[in-house]
Design a protein around this ligand. Structure first.
Ligand SMILES: N[C@@H]1[C@@H](O)[C@H](O)[C@@H](COP(=O)(O)O)O[C@@H]1O
Length: 260
């Protein structure tokens, strides 16, 4: 696990660099897209590179991490619409190249199984962007999630619903109670995981993710078992890391050719 501590704008550029390097090398790569506020600056940077530097997504495909259950098709906070608004509509993905779990399916369990098959049929995800919840969730794998889980229905914790109420006029009652989410094993199947976290509110979750014992109580800790994880954090999110100086020195001494 590589930990990079840098200011927010630099973190977004590094994540965009990883995606750009992949797409320049292999234009038909499979991307993993995350929602939440953490990846927004990455999407802005990718949209800029598309507009100004000719970075193309025309042959790429992408899979979303998760989706609320039951939000109407036109709801602005439905993750499908968030991803369309923040990235898909701003670059040149082919129609239907971006897929997400169907939170409006009549048979939700079947929709989850179909989603797993779609990811596998695409050959798996090459680079997966991730955020982290204050309680250590990734995608919507809340504390207690099976570390071997696949895409399934989950109940959101009150903490997550409170955290996300800011997207629903601050009204907890408007935040859905259920979601479909890639499981932890699904996420672990991606070949490179790039997790972004900023702000003091994420400091404990980041400490657990990087330095805590692997436990379903902090679901993100499963990433310690992945061979290629990049954790991009600002000073505030890094403020509880015991080995922060070591991570800083390691990154400062890293040869440019090594990449992320
Ligand atoms: N399902 C998403 C997660 O994928 C995201 O990581 C988390 C943190 O969001 P933010 O980046 O806004 O802090 O929020 C939601 O719960």
């Amino acid at each position: 696990m590589e930990v990079v501590i840098a200011p927010g704008p630099a973190l977004a550029r590094l994540a965009a660099d990883a995606i750009e390097a992949l797409l320049r090398h292999r234009p038909d790569a499979v991307l993993g897209l995350a929602t939440g506020s953490s990846p927004l600056a990455v999407y802005d940077e990718l949209a800029r590179r598309h507009a100004e530097d000719g970075l193309s997504f025309a042959d790429a495909r992408a899979f979303m991490l998760d989706e609320y259950v039951g939000l109407p098709a036109g709801h602005p906070e439905r993750y499908r619409n968030v991803i369309d608004r923040e990235i898909a509509s701003r670059v040149d993905f082919a129609p239907d190249a971006v897929q997400g779990p169907d939170g409006l399916a009549a048979d939700l369990a079947d929709a989850c199984a179909q989603y797993e098959r779609a990811i596998a049929d695409a050959g798996g995800v090459d680079v997966q962007l991730l955020g982290i919840g204050t309680d250590g969730h990734v995608a919507f794998n809340e504390p207690g999630s099976s570390l071997a889980s696949r895409t399934r229905i989950k109940t959101l914790t009150r903490q997550t619903r409170e955290d996300n109420a800011r997207f629903f006029d601050g009204d907890l009652d408007q935040v859905p109670t259920h979601c479909l989410t890639q499981g932890l094993a699904t996420i672990m199947s991606a070949r490179h995981l790039v997790l972004l976290a900023t702000g003091r509110g994420k400091a404990e979750a980041v400490h657990q993710l990087v330095e805590g014992p692997v436990s379903a109580m902090w679901p993100a800790t499963i990433l310690q078992h992945h061979p290629h994880v990049t954790v991009l954090v600002d000073d505030a999110a890094a403020s509880r890391l015991q080995l922060a100086d070591y991570y800083r020195e390691t990154y400062a001494a890293k040869p440019a050719w090594q990449g992320l």
